[in-house]
Design a binder for this molecule. Structure first.
Ligand code: C6P
Length: 404
């Protein structure tokens, strides 16, 4: 059971008012708020241990290095990776996907090959592949999205060919809330010898993830969407694959030996971590993972499901309500339109009532085209949200409707 009132006290920003109204923060898919322990860990690390990592022989540098490596171990445990070498720190999901697309394509993809993505991807799992497709001459195949907002699994099987080199799909859609059947997708792809990458930006904060039980080859996520700081994220990769992939960026830390005749690269994961890493961010991310673990990911998932079910029920009672996406397996996100009210008008007017939602295409323009809509209003939930806040959203929507 979640003691939501006590949890809310851990998040100072939730006590804020906006426009003289209590803040109702329902934009958690964009970024989550930070508990005091995460905020404190950033200032404590700067105050007490700040020094560049993996470089110094002095006390602070060694201590900062130990803390960053302990954070890597924490991430390893949290996502169930087999080894720390498989956990690469990045700036976030976007950088993880760019690293993957750039490095994987260079190692494994040739002209005429194919990569399968889906019609519900965030731009960060589309554009990095397009950039590499232009460079290496491969093509992108797209799994269609059904009217309910699910992946068309028959079409997926039909897209697999002898030229398919990778399947890269989102765990949870940031627009529809659909939880994709990633285990099934991985099973099918692996039966053809094809590796699978998962964009877990909206998965990890809401669902217990174990990359080994999933049998995922790559899994990416952002720290800031799981109560950690901005600017830090993770790419998990299977060691056999990572060790065959070239570095993504060059610079300090990713090398073993540099001469003007040639350079040899560092071991995993450092080969993929050029330059001074955001070690303070890693330390604070570990704190955030400790925080959610202390509540329990399964307990979080159950509570968020009950919130989501309640919100669906409350909002469905509003005349003119149209939900975008109705997959039975969903998590964390509800997208909707009301009558012919433009989503940005709805968002702006809700904001004036203290209710923060996101509006627009949510960086998923191809999905908007598929659905034939310019955008949606999106409410996205965290375990610190309450049923009263959903009542406030529902009352807010009614109020906005009455203005039109
Ligand atoms: N979605 C949203 O409001 P970054 O920006 O690198 O932390 O995460 C990118 C990203 C990748 N995949 C999915 C499924 C995502 O939802 C996001 C970020 C935010 O929906 C900002 S557009």
């Amino acid at each position: 059971m979640i003691d939501v009132e006590s949890i809310r006290r851990d998040f100072p920003i939730l006590g804020r008012e906006v426009y003289g109204k209590p803040l109702v923060y329902l934009d958690n898919a964009a970024t989550t708020q930070k508990p005091q322990c995460v905020i404190d860990s950033i200032s404590d690390a700067y105050r007490n241990v700040n020094a560049n990592v993996h470089r110094g022989v002095h006390f602070l540098s060694l201590e900062a290095t130990d803390m960053m490596e302990a954070a890597r171990e924490k991430v390893r445990q949290f996502i169930g990776a087999g080894s720390k070498e498989e956990v690469i720190f990045t700036r976030g999901t976007t950088e993880s996907m760019n690293l993957l697309a750039s490095s994987f394509s260079r190692a494994f993809i040739k002209e005429g090959d194919e990569v399968i993505i889906s019609g519900m991807e965030h731009h960060s799992n589309i554009v990095p592949w397009q950039l590499q497709a232009e460079r290496y001459g491969f093509s992108l195949k797209v799994i269609p999205v059904t009217d309910r907002g699910e992946l068309d699994m028959e079409a997926f099987s039909a897209l697999i060919s002898a030229r398919t080199r990778l399947v890269s799909i989102t765990h949870v859609s940031n627009v529809l809330g659909t939880v994709n059947p990633v285990s099934e997708i991985i099973r099918i792809a692996h039966s053809h010898g094809i590796p699978v990458a998962i964009d877990g930006a909206q998965g990890v904060p809401h669902i217990t993830v174990n990359v080994q039980s999933l049998d995922a080859d790559f899994y990416a996520f952002s720290g800031h969407k799981i109560y950690g700081p901005t600017g830090i994220g993770v790419l998990y990769g299977r060691k056999e694959l990572l060790s065959k992939m070239p570095p993504y960026q060059g610079g300090g830390e990713m090398i073993k030996k540099v001469t003007f005749q040639g350079t040899t690269y560092n071991e995993l994961p450092y080969k993929f971590e050029a330059g001074t890493p955001d070690y303070i961010g890693s330390i604070a991310l570990a704190k955030a993972l400790d925080y959610v673990s202390s509540i329990g990911m399964d307990i979080i998932a159950d509570y968020e499901k009950s919130l989501c079910d309640y919100a669906l029920e409350r909002l469905a009672a509003i005349p003119g309500m149209r939900f975008i996406g109705s997959a039975p397996e969903r998590s964390g996100v509800i997208s909707f339109l009301v009558g012919d009210i433009h989503p940005s008008d709805m968002g702006t007017l809700l904001d004036r009532l203290g209710i923060a939602v996101r509006t627009g295409h949510h960086c998923a323009e191809p999905l908007m085209d598929r659905l034939g809509i310019p955008g949606t209003v999106r409410a996205s939930f965290s375990f610190y949200n309450t049923k009263q806040e959903i009542d406030a959203l529902s009352a807010g929507i009614e109020r906005v409707k009455s203005m039109f």
